[in-house]
Design a protein around this ligand. Structure first.
Ligand SMILES: C[S@@+](CC[C@H](N)C(=O)[O-])C[C@H]1O[C@@H](n2cnc3c(N)ncnc32)[C@H](O)[C@@H]1O
Length: 276
């Protein structure tokens, strides 16, 4: 599976940038008074900050980080120089490539991909565009405006007929879905859920996954160095889990044969597990 991603182009900070961040930027961001930092972000009309304040961990802040093209100066700095947005873009590339090859490998064609906490579906859209096989996706998310944005995005890529959108809580997925799935995507969601919730959702998904089919999910580490800033200034409280910890939760739900691939910053590991 590592060979599937060997030509993926990732973003990496230079050595100098890493040093400046560790010695200067991270301490300032983490320890300057939160009120002052929030005031500065408000004054400079940061869209990333506004998106996080409106919906911490929501899809809009993710889209801003993915796109990387910002008009406000504060966003240019946060999105292009911040380790977290860079790691997010790396995770998107890694996840999309793995999903594309899993779709190609599926014995059931056209493959059906279930995306839990999908947001507007950028990663699955990338995967469908990279895959050599026909596939369709069901996206589940709490947010309806994520789907408005996602529909327009899918349409602009000629993929609108391959996507189905279900507004709902992933914790209720068993009530809404009975159709067989060939790949499950749980990227960018477990860090917003408790251990029991992760296991319960994975157990539900397992009931509609034939043996051998794949689940793609991720761990999250504090390697970005900005957790204190994210909590105090953006109000973002995420659950950090090592690859071992998240694999353990998935194992309790009936998954195994894990393959774990880090993005170069070590913030995220993308993990593929098989339904046993
Ligand atoms: C940070 S975004 C990630 C979007 C996408 N998975 C990605 O990685 O690009 C998290 C998404 O999870 C959704 N979400 C969070 N908790 C959820 C839940 N319990 N049920 C359904 N969606 C949820 C949010 O609405 C949001 O769109």
């Amino acid at each position: 599976m590592e060979s599937w991603v060997s030509d993926v182009v990732f973003e990496k900070p230079s050595r100098l940038r890493r040093l400046v961040k560790a010695a200067l930027i991270n301490p300032l961001a983490n320890y300057m008074p939160a009120g002052l930092l929030r005031g500065m972000l408000r004054l400079t009309k940061s869209e990333l900050a506004a998106a996080n304040w409106a919906d911490p961990g929501g899809w809009r802040s993710m889209v801003i980080s993915y796109n990387g093209h910002c008009s406000q100066i504060a966003d240019k700095i946060l999105v292009n120089a911040g380790a977290m947005p860079m790691a997010l873009r790396n995770r998107r590339r890694l996840g999309a490539r793995l999903l594309a090859r899993l779709i190609d490998q599926s014995t059931h064609q056209p493959a059906h991909v279930l995306c839990l906490g999908a947001g507007p579906g950028q990663i699955i859209l990338d995967a469908l565009l990279q895959s050599n096989c026909q596939a369709h996706a069901t996206l589940v998310d709490l947010s309806t405006d994520a789907f408005e944005y996602g529909r327009a995005l899918a349409e602009s890529c000629g993929m609108a007929d391959r996507m189905r959108y279900i507004q709902g809580d992933v914790r209720d997925v068993a009530k809404t879905l009975t159709e067989r799935v060939d790949v499950v995507k749980m990227l960018g969601i477990c860090e917003y859920l408790g251990d029991q919730q992760v296991t319960d959702i994975a157990r539900c998904a397992a009931t509609i996954m034939p043996a051998g089919t794949a689940m793609v999910f991720n761990s999250l580490s504090r390697a970005h160095g900005n957790d204190r800033f994210l909590r105090r200034v953006f109000g973002l409280h995420m659950t950090y889990r090592s690859p071992d910890q998240i694999r353990e939760l998935m194992a309790a739900a009936g998954f195994g044969q894990f393959v774990t691939i880090p993005e170069p910053l070590g913030v995220y590991h993308v993990i593929v597990g098989r339904r046993l």
